[in-house]
Design a protein around this ligand. Structure first.
Ligand SMILES: Nc1ncnc2c1ncn2[C@@H]1O[C@H](COP(=O)(O)OP(=O)(O)OP(=O)(O)O)[C@@H](O)[C@H]1O
Ligand SMILES: [Mg+2]
Length: 275
């Protein structure tokens, strides 16, 4: 049985501000000999935007895939809204995913569908709303991301920045309580990137949800984050407020935020000496 968005929303308990809605507990994950997570414990609170920093290949996208249940840990638990993902059957997992919005690294729009069908995809799939009602919601979501009169365009007719906005409109179509952003500003010019940052802040103010953003964009990080964590060699080496990050004396953190590899070499040497 399909339901309206209101009915779907009514079934969702609204977490309290500050409540932990995503808990990663003792997470281990390897691909063959490559150890990506080496014991990760991390909680994400409601009504907060957390940025996960880390160099390319450290496992940021893999982390998001664990949170949404697309990948399973070798050991440890992923608990979302109090439910251990491993204990859910497929139908329960799909229901839980409706409380998520995900902005993929590549935007991942469906090339053969126009903007309306892309943004309204989950509404067409999971609700009994009429065509007219869905089109109205699609227009509202496009309006939230600053786009007008693009419903009939195909993805190939959009610029990179517009694609990101459409993908964001699609991510918020079902009023998600958790939004996952994978590199939302990568590949965009600085002005367009900044407009996406503004949108992330605006989305958070309007929807008051949990936002988890993975990126290596430092400018973006300081603009949107309430909290910053850093993934490095399978572990969380930083969990701070933006102010705390600016003041961090850890060379691995400073190297990352200044884009200076020589500081990291100092850190590696120090670690070697300690061993
Ligand atoms: N399905 C998979 N099979 C095998 N290895 C994988 C798989 N997915 C990811 N990896 C490996 O895990 C590591 C982490 O990948 P991930 O995509 O999470 O990196 P990332 O931090 O998101 O990097 P980037 O900033 O470049 O997007 C990489 O070395 C990658 O090659
Ligand atoms: Mg990635």
């Amino acid at each position: 049985m399909r339901a309206t968005v209101e009915e779907l929303s009514a079934k969702r308990p609204v977490p309290k501000a500050g409540e932990d809605v995503v808990c990663l507990e003792g997470l281990y994950k390897s691909f063959g000999p490559l150890k990506v997570f080496d014991g990760i414990d991390l909680k994400f609170r409601y009504d907060q935007t957390t940025v996960v920093l880390g160099r390319s290949g450290t496992g940021k996208s893999v982390l998001l895939k664990h949170i949404i249940g697309l990948m399973k840990p070798d050991a440890g638990r992923v608990v979302v809204f109090g439910r251990d993902l491993q204990e859910l059957d497929q139908a329960e997992l799909e229901n839980l995913r409706l409380r998520f919005g995900m902005l993929f690294q590549s935007s991942a729009l469906f090339d053969s569908m126009d903007v309306n069908a892309n943004v309204g995809f989950l509404l067409y799939e999971h609700t009994n709303l009429s065509e007219a009602e869905i089109r109205k919601i699609v227009r509202e979501k496009l309006d939230m991301v600053g786009l007008k009169d693009v419903e009939n365009r195909m993805p190939e007719e959009l610029s990179g920045g517009m694609k990101k906005r459409v993908a964001l409109a699609r991510a918020i179509a079902m009023d998600p309580q958790i939004i996952l952003y994978d590199e939302p500003t990568t590949g965009l010019d600085p002005v367009t990137a900044d407009s996406i940052n503004d949108l992330i802040v605006k989305m958070h103010k309007q929807l008051r949800n949990t936002s988890i953003v993975v990126t290596h964009d430092i400018v973006s990080t300081f603009k949107i984050a309430h909290r910053i964590v850093m993934l490095h060699e399978g572990k969380i080496i930083l969990d701070e407020t933006p102010e705390g990050v600016r003041n961090s004396t850890d060379p691995r953190v400073q190297s990352f935020i200044r884009g200076d590899a020589s500081l990291e070499a100092v850190a590696a040497k120090k670690t070697g000496e300690e061993k």
